[in-house]
Design a protein around this ligand. Structure first.
Ligand code: GDG
Length: 454
């Protein structure tokens, strides 16, 4: 089997607990084939990439570089998170047009290419992850790399009409043609990519989702919906009831139905709209007062970006307002928690929640939706209320699908979920679980790597 090189902004080093399904998927792929994981060390140093940190763990090697504060600020906080992230999530109004960010982004990508080129051996498969590293393949090609290089975009890709809002969009996006394979979560994202290349970048379509770019390069794009480790999550949730945290949570609920949301604190996740829908539910259905509790777990992320600090303030206000208006001495309708929890605790919370409320305004896939479903008790499963604009909605069609901006629709779905009879809950859950078992994380990485190697 050919050796694999995984490239991503952050690297999950062996001593760190893998922070999510994605990190462990990459690790498994690397263990299976042997290979190397390359990326940023997570450390800010005086100088960028003074040295390459190398670490070996069995068949897997880790190679990371430090970045200077200035480089990191422009590359990560700047271009990746303040320019690309909002645009990719259909928020041109939040795009930061500072040109210094693009320069920093290209500088860091160049540096990645310079250091990586020394590590690539003939025949290696290279798998680059996410929007931080779009131009990396073209920079590797310029340095003579002929290996197969694949790219997976974890975010949505908006329609061409939006992508052109990005200054110098063609210079950046056309570099995608240097990859042999581009993977996206959904057919909608794939259509957007094809549309952009055909109508904005003079590419032509070739059979089998291949395209010939204006520069003559032929590349392929495909749909590879990311999954979770379904079996492991289900088992973890089954065992979770033994944990003290979960037992305490059960006791604190005093028999009330739990609605749960778990999201990075990010404006793409639709949290203010979600709080509003819950408030509307309390307003509309007094019979539910004291019978329901909404737990929103929202660990802060990207705290240096002003929009993230602003949304945090907004949610604190909104949660305070809801509790102020509806709480009783022995009942708080909303519990809003700004910290993160280990996965086994989360899966226990999912399992005791009657409703999983996952309502991003836009989301590449949304793994929380999948984890919620996989964590349910087959005999008494809860109901998933899911945004139509999450990639997961393409597969989990038996969720109650909603437009997250339409308060009444989300409120209706919440009410329906809370009152849904056991038989319907079971039927919906079985259908979704079947999908999750088939399209799990192993199927995802295998499909992508097979397509890249083919
Ligand atoms: C990007 C794309 C795409 C959350 N809170 C805690 C915690 N989590 C874990 C969840 C889940 C992961 O983080 C979040 O994944 P999502 O998919 O929901 O969202 P993003 O972070 O935005 O991920 C997304 C994904 O990439 C994969 O391609 O689906 O669309 O935006 O696994 O469980 N984990 C722990 N404590 C927490 O408090 N341990």
């Amino acid at each position: 089997m050919t050796r694999l090189i995984v490239v991503s902004n952050r690297v999950a080093l062996p001593k760190q607990t893998a922070t999510g399904g994605l990190a462990s998927a990459m690790r498994d792929a690397l263990r299976e084939r042997g290979g190397l994981w390359f990326g940023w060390s997570g450390k800010i140093a005086r100088r960028t990439a003074g040295e390459l940190h190398r670490l070996k763990d069995g068949p897997v090697e880790y190679a990371t570089i430090d970045l200077s504060k200035d480089h990191h600020d422009h590359f990560y906080d700047g271009y990746a998170n303040r320019t690309l992230w909002p645009l990719l999530h259909y928020r041109p109004d939040l795009v930061d047009y500072n040109r210094g960010h693009l320069e920093g982004y290209l500088r860091v990508n160049t540096l990645f290419a310079e250091r990586l080129v020394e590590l690539i051996e003939p025949g290696d498969l290279v798998w680059v992850n996410d929007y931080h590293l779009i131009p990396l393949a073209s920079m590797l090609r310029e340095r003579g790399v002929r290996n197969r290089i694949g790219f997976f975009l974890h975010t949505p890709l908006p329609a061409a009409g939006l992508l052109i809002a990005l200054p110098q969009h063609r210079e950046l996006l056309e570099t995608l043609s240097s990859y042999d394979l581009i993977g996206l979560h959904t057919a909608r994202d794939l259509r957007a990519l094809e549309d952009y290349f055909l109508h904005e970048a003079h590419a032509v379509m070739r059979p089998g989702h291949r395209m010939r770019a204006d520069n003559g390069r032929i590349f392929r794009a495909g749909v590879f919906p990311i999954g979770i480790d379904t079996k492991q999550v289900a088992e973890m949730a089954r065992q979770a009831g033994k944990q003290e945290e979960i037992q305490q949570m059960q006791i604190s609920l005093e028999g009330r139905a739990l609605i749960i949301g778990v999201d990075r604190l990010d404006y793409s996740k639709g949290l203010p709209e979600r709080f509003q829908a819950y408030e509307r539910l309390l307003e509309r259905a007094p019979d539910l007062h004291r019978k329901v509790t909404f737990l929103q777990i929202a660990p802060p992320s990207r705290t240096t970006v002003p929009e993230y600090r602003q949304i945090r303030r907004e949610l604190e206000r909104s949660a305070g307002h809801i509790n102020g208006a509806y709480a009783a001495p022995d009942w708080a309708p909303i519990r809003y928690v700004n910290s993160s929890f280990p996965h086994n605790v989360l899966s226990g919370y999912y399992r005791i929640a009657r409703v999983g409320l996952v309502t991003p305004l836009r989301d590449g896939m949304n793994l929380v939706a999948k984890e919620y479903v996989a964590s349910q008790d087959p005999k008494d499963p809860g109901v998933l209320v899911l945004s139509r604009f999450a990639g997961a909605a393409q597969e989990l069609t038996q969720a109650l699908l909603v437009n997250p901006a339409d308060t009444e629709e989300v409120t209706d779905a919440l009410e329906r979920a809370l009152k849904m009879p056991l038989k319907e809950r079971r039927n919906r859950w079985h259908a979704m679980m079947e999908v999750l078992q088939k399209q799990d994380i192993t199927a995802w990485r295998t499909a992508f790597l097979n397509a890249l190697a083919a």
